[in-house]
Design a protein around this ligand. Sequence first.
Ligand SMILES: C[S@@+](CC[C@H](N)C(=O)[O-])C[C@H]1O[C@@H](n2cnc3c(N)ncnc32)[C@H](O)[C@@H]1O
Length: 208
Amino acid sequence: MTLPDGVERRRIEGESVLSTRGEPISDEPTADGWRRWDPHRSKLGAMLELGMETGLRGGETALYLGAAAGTTASHVADFAGPTYAVEFAPRPARELCTVAASRPNLFVLLKDARDPASYGHVVEPVDVVVQDVATRGQARVALENRVFLREEGRLLAVIKARSEDVTADPEQVFEEALAELRDGYEIIETARLEPYHDDHLAVIAQRR
Ligand SMILES: C[S@@+](CC[C@H](N)C(=O)[O-])C[C@H]1O[C@@H](n2cnc3c(N)ncnc32)[C@H](O)[C@@H]1O
């Protein structure tokens, strides 16, 4: 598995861990300007830790859906190019703005990812859509945001089973989400994110 340029395995607090170079947020451990990227707190971090082939090389233009307070979006902005971060809840979005203050390539959009037309005038065509929205209709969100992907652009999404249906068998939820995603994407790789995140399916897909 190839890590993108700008993501390295470094020794931080005596452990070899994933890290990016950037202003630390909260109390994360750092060494020599590198900040630990904790796979327990980040689904994209877990995808890299589990050896999934994300296709990321570093320097991509990225659209990040469900940025919350920026735990993962900040790492993406550390190694990517322009990074558009969509979050619809005002409180985490405020923290995200603080995280963006030291990252001139991180653009915060207080928007609903189910309504891509509301930010279509701001977001340029992107190489990658990273999605972690934890809401009902996760496949639909990915399909609707496909318009931003360049040809051959990739979707790196995580499907949280309980956000779709708390009572359903996660495997069934994942099958249904994948079937829906196939309307607009070719699925390249999938993996469950245990032991880092329970009942989450990571999906790497290419725009059709
Ligand atoms: C699991 S958290 C994201 C964590 C974040 N990706 C990280 O690793 O740092 C899911 C986030 O998606 C946001 N969200 C859910 N539905 C959304 C929507 N329709 N549009 C934008 N954000 C949404 C929630 O407010 C929440 O902050």
